[in-house]
Design a protein around this ligand. Structure first.
Ligand code: ATP
Length: 135
């Protein structure tokens, strides 16, 4: 089995989509190992998003991620990393496929950061690194 870090980002929590997102995760058959409501400080987010430092959306991204609580989930299951990313859909919510979390629940709101509801680790190495940051 495998583990991944899923975040319901501040837009997802603020819009009351946490339950709907969890329902899709559970319906797919993955297991919730741990779950918590978190208000990350800047240092935590700098670690989490280290690969994006210096990009144009980096500061707006950190501000967005500090705009309200997120729900952090330790999720387990065979091939859960790619499975959750498939459920989430592509990064840009306006064009993410219908049927995905981002495609069904998200769109562009005219901001400098994509408010795309969820994060999911993209590799085994990222998952281990990110889980140790958030849990
Ligand atoms: P994916 O890996 O599928 O692209 P992700 O969530 O892992 O999804 P990253 O590329 O790691 O996306 O970017 C992290 C986050 O930064 C995105 O989820 C989004 O909120 C924001 N972001 C990424 N690219 C842009 C961009 N070009 N403009 C604005 N915000 C962006």
């Amino acid at each position: 089995t495998e583990e991944t870090l899923v975040l319901v980002k501040p837009d997802g929590v603020a819009r009351g989509m946490t339950g709907a997102i969890l329902a899709r995760i559970e319906a797919k058959g993955y297991s919730l190992v741990d779950i918590r409501l978190v208000e990350p400080d800047r240092t935590t987010l700098e670690q989490h998003y280290a690969e994006h430092e210096g990009k144009p959306f980096y500061e707006p991204l950190l501000d967005f991620m500090m705009s309200g609580p997120s729900v952090a989930i330790r999720l387990a299951g065979d091939r859960v990393i790619e499975g959750f990313r498939s459920l989430a859909g592509t990064t840009d919510p306006t064009t993410a496929a219908p049927g995905t979390v981002r495609g069904d629940f998200g769109r562009d709101w005219g901001l400098k950061v994509q408010q795309n509801l969820v994060h999911g680790s993209d590799s085994v190495e990222s998952a281990q690194r990110e889980l140790s940051i958030w849990f």
